[in-house]
Design a binder for this molecule. Structure first.
Ligand code: RIB
Length: 294
């Protein structure tokens, strides 16, 4: 069984600020670092660091060589990453003294996916293979339809949520990984139990993992619900903590671990990511997660 992650690759321009800017304000930052990121790339690296062989498909633009190098250094298969003219996907990220962040995204090359390219990539995969998607590339609906026609298992992290997702047939998704905000955007419900109940009624066959920040996470499928708390650490930067959780939880599924073990593994991995700066740079190796106490 092969796993394909069709997703974004971004250059993250991360600024340290005393507080997150308010409208109309000008504020000096105390530091700036450029990290490799993008929800797609982060999740591929998390999978690779967890020990899974993952194929990443996507597009990089000018300055994107470092994103490809980072993939390769971490063992991600990049045969389906294309380099095109024009700007690379990038973000401006503010991180404040409490490690909270806000992210301004420019899609760039990530928005240049063509249907021909999707067909070319999917031709390499077959029934039973897994495809992981986020919402930072274009043609998501087409990818979902074509992957479903092939009989691939579709895992979706609908992040960031926007109305492009309303045009996708999400009933073809087998597993959703969402945070509370995305859960609200999908269901209109705010309470975790209500979000889970609504997802169950709209997508009765889908499994869901709902992450709840400091309240941990909840997994639900047709038969069971599991809850997992967080591992408390000193937070430095929360960027990519959710992506780390996603990558490690999917790794646990691919390794046939129990849901309880998988949630624990993912919670430990994301705790380590929160304690470090940057996106891909903060994602721990499997050995580090295993050595993490508690
Ligand atoms: O989830 C974190 C990621 O979101 C960052 O790396 C940034 O690129 C945005 O895509």
């Amino acid at each position: 069984m092969k796993i394909l992650n069709f997703g974004s690759l971004n250059l993250d321009y991360v600024y340290q600020v005393e507080h997150i800017l308010i409208p109309g304000e000008t504020l000096s930052s105390s530091d700036r670092t450029i990290f490799c990121g993008g929800k797609g790339l982060n999740q591929s690296i998390a999978l690779a660091k967890a020990g899974i062989t993952v194929y990443h498909a996507g597009m990089v633009g000018e300055g994107g060589e470092i994103l490809l190098e980072t993939c390769r250094e971490n063992g991600v298969d990049t045969r389906f990453v294309r380099k095109i003219d024009g700007p690379c996907g990038h973000t401006v990220i503010q991180v404040d003294k409490d490690a909270q962040n806000c992210i301004l995204l420019f899609g760039g090359a990530n928005r240049s996916i063509t249907r021909e390219f999707v067909d070319e990539v999917l031709a390499f995969f077959e029934k039973g293979d897994v495809i992981l998607l986020q919402n930072e590339i274009n043609e998501l609906g087409y990818i979902i339809d074509k992957a479903s026609e092939k009989g691939m298992m579709i895992i979706l992290n609908p992040s960031p949520y926007d109305n492009a997702l309303d045009r996708c047939n999400l009933s073809k998704v087998s597993l959703f990984l969402v945070n509370e905000i995305e859960g609200y955007q999908i269901t209109g419900e705010k309470e975790p139990e209500a979000i889970l109940a609504k997802v169950r009624s709209i997508y009765p066959k889908a499994k869901i993992v709902l992450t709840l920040g400091s309240e941990g996470s909840v997994y639900q499928d047709e038969n069971q619900i599991y809850r997992q708390g967080i591992y408390k650490v000193k937070a430095i930067d929360t960027t990519a903590a959710g992506d780390t959780f996603t990558g490690y939880f999917i790794a646990s599924i691919l390794e046939n671990m129990s849901v309880e073990e998988g949630l624990k593994l993912a919670a430990k991995a994301s705790a380590i990511a929160v304690s470090r700066p940057g996106a891909t740079a903060s994602i721990p190796l499997r050995e580090e997660v295993q050595a993490f106490g508690l």
